[in-house]
Design a protein around this ligand. Sequence first.
Ligand code: ATP
Length: 492
Amino acid sequence: MNTFLDSLQLAWGLIVGGDAELWRIALLSLRVSGCAVLIGAVLGLWLGAWLAVARFPGHGLLVWLLNTLLALPAVVVGLLVYLLLSRAGPLGSLGLLFTPTAMVVAQTLLVVPLIAALSRRLVQAALDEGGDQLRSLGAGPLRSALLLLVHERLGVLTLLLTAFGRAVAEVGAVMIVGGNIAGITRVMTTAIALETSKGDLALALGLGLVLLAIVGAANGAILLAQWWAEQARAPAPATPLAARPVLAAAPARPVSQPLIALQQAGVSFGERIALQPLTLTLARGERLALIGANGSGKTTLLRLLHGLLPHSGRIERAELQPEGRAPRLAMLFQKPFLLRLSVYRNVWIALWLGGVPAAQRPQRCHEALAAVGLDGQAQRPARALSGGQQQRLALARAWATRPDLLLLDEPTASLDPSAKREVETLIEQVAAAGVTVVMSTHNLGQAKRLADRVAYFEAGRLVAERPAEHFFTDPTLPTEAAQFLRGELPWT
Ligand code: ATP
């Protein structure tokens, strides 16, 4: 107990007394471990992001190896680097042994597996949530992974702090490759080991407490800076719907011109058939509503149309005339995936991924945000918006890319009636601007209001498809579809 109290007293004395030797040792510790984590971050984050998206023979083995290396003892890393840098070793001629550079090399080797393994998990989890959305915006695998590292920057910061903690607290590697030379390679942990071996336990413990205090102060400063940055973004009032500019109408387009056609295209997940092969043509300017019970294949059809799924059969996209280009597609997912960035930046990134020139992006962002009443909220974090606002932002993001075909997966599910009305109004405006719209919905009134064609699905099979004005009253509707309507529409 006395040793502990003595060590507390010593630590306090060392900190407030500003002992020059102590500060030199502490600063070297921070410099060595800081450099190791910086280099380790560049290598480890790339490696982690790449392993999250790449698939190749031996991928699983590499992931297993990386996870196993997490348990690599610091002493073993020190020994390996020692053998490399010693006079008889392959890199002996560099003369790096017993220098701070050798200590940086050893600690970098120690933290790379940690950073890579944790960032792989982080990106993998984020990909599960938003991978399809990013692909739908045109991001390739590596761009998706890097965007998701930015999206998960808080997690990345936490893992870098963890790596820094592992580096700054290890003694085995720096002792072996640094040699604990006073004034040259002595760091906090080697000083602690030295005092322990000399039997001065109070001083050793005191130095340990000083190390903790320094790392605690560095962590605290980073967290404070983060908190301050979050506070700086104050919410702005929403623009009332009536005051918003309406989405601009595109020149009238011939409705009969085909845009996209499925030829016996179907989707299976392993043994499970999610969508039986179907043939379907969408014309420019059409609005198709997909209805059916949960699990009937509506989302699968939307993802198939977008080209996000491996499939049987063919998908044909007509070259648009007179523009002479392939149609642009955008999709709104049931649960919109927004990057943990500002409202503005979410739209900006969609334009960047869509290849829109940098000079045009700011204006297109502001136009799209103004159209959904979110221009005043441009600098707010996108994830701080309400559910309805997030859905409007997702619509603005899709709209900003000027799609020819907009795929909407239950765009108003879980919204309150007024948010639902707002989103419906926006969809009507998008459709009126000439965009082809395919929408899945459980709201039959909505299908009736917004669509000019309705398709009913059951167990992955297209059962019936009719113009909207006939669908709900057609006496020749197949029994399954008629039963579904009777169950859902008490007024039929
Ligand atoms: P909901 O109205 O609930 O959104 P849905 O009509 O959109 O349902 P889908 O999501 O298209 O239905 O699913 C159709 C079938 O495909 C379901 O049986 C579902 O379990 C299956 N399915 C969808 N995605 C996958 C997947 N990634 N892996 C395996 N099966 C899947």
